[in-house]
Design a protein around this ligand. Structure first.
Ligand code: BGC
Length: 420
């Protein structure tokens, strides 16, 4: 296969989904609320906070040369302006483990979960959040930046736009914050001896994260730009980018305008904020088909569906890479993967997706790495541990890891190409 020299071959995780015990985060509060929309709480997750060394060693044994993981803001800054030296030292150790195993780290500074206090203050609707986020990023990078060659500021900064499209705006707005603030109110009332409204008597709330308003999306874009500057100042050698969820938007006759609008919302609208970035992190799982009366549900495409209800469509990755190249920045595939109980379908998905990456590269698209989502079967947010995206299975009772054949398949390609 013809991949450029130095191509990063890796797998990705996110702190809240694998570390376990992320007690100061808003997601922890939401998961443990009675009547929660989460099918189960994250709990100990994959205990990766303790087992990171063995997990990173596994990636290296498989033949991969890179690992994308996230630093948890709620751990590093558990109260506003109060930083945990212990958490920073932990992440320094994770970076050392990567170095010891010959693994290039790519670090995400915000992957969906927020410190609970941030959400109580209004989260990504609060005008002060870009300053707070940039201050946190600057602190992390001053401490451990020299060990971080690649930093992603915000994971899927456009996810609010995508969710808003899927569920319609209005209703979704602020639900996440309300749920967390509701919890804080309850705690305060209990402290004051007055009766709290039991959470289960309220309608189930708490929906992914971020914002569903235009102002909020601006705040997120500003937060990215400010964080990029803070990262550069603290650690000039670190390459900085954002990651975007990019669906392959395909128009049927009559659906062209709607399809263009969807692409603009998920990509073009973010271009000004990305000016001056070093790369774009492309995250793709499937396609969306738009007909004359709007989006066609995955179930109606006639294709095979994954555990997430997405269409099995690995060809989507090549298409979005070619489209995203229009920004003129180097690209990394920071996430691409499939939730399935049939590992042979995962191998097939990876095989086809990488074939597409290779074709795009041969045609001159500047793609510099591929991170499969995910290294481990992990906590899939509201769906809990049911969907299995991992290259490696995790028995959560024993925390035993089992390598799947798809991991060996990806590692084999990586090994051959890294040596080439
Ligand atoms: C997110 C991951 C998530 C994955 C699969 C991406 O949107 O970055 O956190 O687990 O998709 O749904």
């Amino acid at each position: 296969m013809s991949f450029p020299e130095g191509f990063l071959w890796g797998a990705a995780t996110a702190a809240h989904q694998v570390e376990g015990g992320n007690v100061n985060s808003d997601f922890w509060a939401l998961e443990n609320q009675p009547g929660s929309m989460f099918v189960e709480p994250s709990g100990d997750a994959c205990d990766h906070y303790r087992l990171y060394r063995q997990d990173i060693a596994l990636l290296s044994v498989l033949g991969l040369n890179a690992y994308r993981f996230s630093i948890e803001w709620a751990r590093v800054e558990p109260a506003p302006g109060r930083y945990s030296q212990s958490a920073l030292a932990h992440y320094a150790e994770v970076l050392r483990a990567c170095r010891d195993q010959g693994i290039t780290p790519m670090v995400t500074l915000h992957h969906f979960s927020n410190p609970r206090w941030l959400t109580e203050l209004g989260g990504w609707e609060n005008e002060d959040t870009p300053d707070r986020f940039a201050a946190y990023c600057g602190t992390v990078m001053r401490e451990i930046g020299p060990m971080i060659p690649y930093a992603c500021t915000i994971n899927e900064a456009n996810i609010g736009e995508i969710i808003r499209r899927l569920i319609g705006s209005g209703e979704g707005r602020d639900l996440h914050r309300e749920a967390v603030v509701g919890l804080a109110d309850d705690r305060a009332k209990m402290g004051a001896g007055t009766e709290a409204t039991p959470a289960r008597q309220r309608p189930p709330r708490g929906i992914f994260l971020f914002t569903f308003s235009d102002e909020g999306l601006d705040i997120i874009r500003r937060a990215h730009a400010q964080a990029r500057d803070a990262i550069r100042q603290a650690s000039p050698a670190t390459k900085v980018g954002i990651t975007l969820a990019l669906q392959d938007v395909q128009a049927q006759p009559g659906g062209e305008n709607a399809a263009d609008e969807i692409w603009a919302g998920q990509f073009t609208d973010f271009l000004p904020a990305m000016e001056g970035d070093d790369f774009i992190g492309v995250q793709n799982y499937s396609r969306v088909v738009v007909g004359p009366s709007g989006e066609i549900a995955a179930a109606d495409t006639g294709g095979e569906l994954t555990q997430m209800g997405y269409e099995f469509y690995p060809q989507a990755l090549e298409a979005v890479l070619r489209r995203a190249a229009a920004a003129g920045l180097p690209l990394f595939v920071t996430e691409n993967g499939i939730a399935t109980g049939d590992d042979t379908r995962r191998t097939e998905f990876i095989r086809q997706a990488l074939g597409g990456v290779e074709r795009a590269v041969v045609d001159g698209t500047d793609v510099r790495g591929y991170f499969y989502w995910s290294a481990l079967d992990n906590f899939e947010w509201m769906l809990g541990y049911r969907p299995t995206f991992g290259l490696v299975a995790v028995d959560r009772a024993t925390q035993r890891r089992t390598i799947k054949d798809s991991a060996r398949f990806l590692g084999g390609i990586a090994g051959r190409n890294a040596l080439a």
